[in-house]
Design a protein around this ligand. Sequence first.
Ligand code: 6PG
Length: 237
Amino acid sequence: MRTIPETLPSSDFLREFPDQQSLAQQLADDVALWLAEGINRRGKASLVVSGGSTPKPFFEVLRKKDLPWEKVYVTLADERWVPAGSPDSTEKLVREHLLNDRMQFVPLYNGAASAREAEAAIEQRLAAMPRPFDAVILGMGEDGHTASLFPGHPALEEGLTTKKLCLAVEDSPKPPPERMTLSAHALESGKRVVIHITGEEKRGLLSRIIESQAASALPIARFINVKKGSFFIFWSA
Ligand code: 6PG
């Protein structure tokens, strides 16, 4: 296990791994445990996952865990507003790398002409999920965005303040431009919130946010919450 070059405070919320595969194993072990706890407590559990390139190895390990998957509801931190068969679709990614035919998947895309038009329908779907979510796994972009909450974007304020569970985002700086995202309120309500990142650049950005101890304008800062046992950063080279 390597030491941290930047001064991210070493504590029980920071989990560092030498490579993506060992991170994937540990994160999948922890998430499986958290889901099992949820099932024991209320008969069902819920998981929010992110898209992008980082989570694939984690998905591949998690899907093989021995769990009563029919009791697990899975949704996305955000979705790109493209048909579910499109190469850009996070639903497609998750169907190929995570879902088995027993998990209860709750898509954020419903085929409506625009994400804006679909907001109320997707809100209803999310409201029917077991909440609080047992685990929320967030990605992060190098600009400090998470889910589809982008720094400086006109939809950011609504995303950070609304009590709704989701909102449409237009003109995303990361393509494709139209998206549906869970709100900060929905994401931070997770019993466990994990920021899952790889690479020095992303670690440096998180270190700087944590060290500054100041309220950062970057969306990811909202989720850096050192409540013992409920917030984790999983990092690998
Ligand atoms: C997406 C998400 C985005 C993603 C981060 C990290 O476009 O899929 O909106 O929030 O999780 O940009 O992506 P990478 O894992 O590809 O770096």
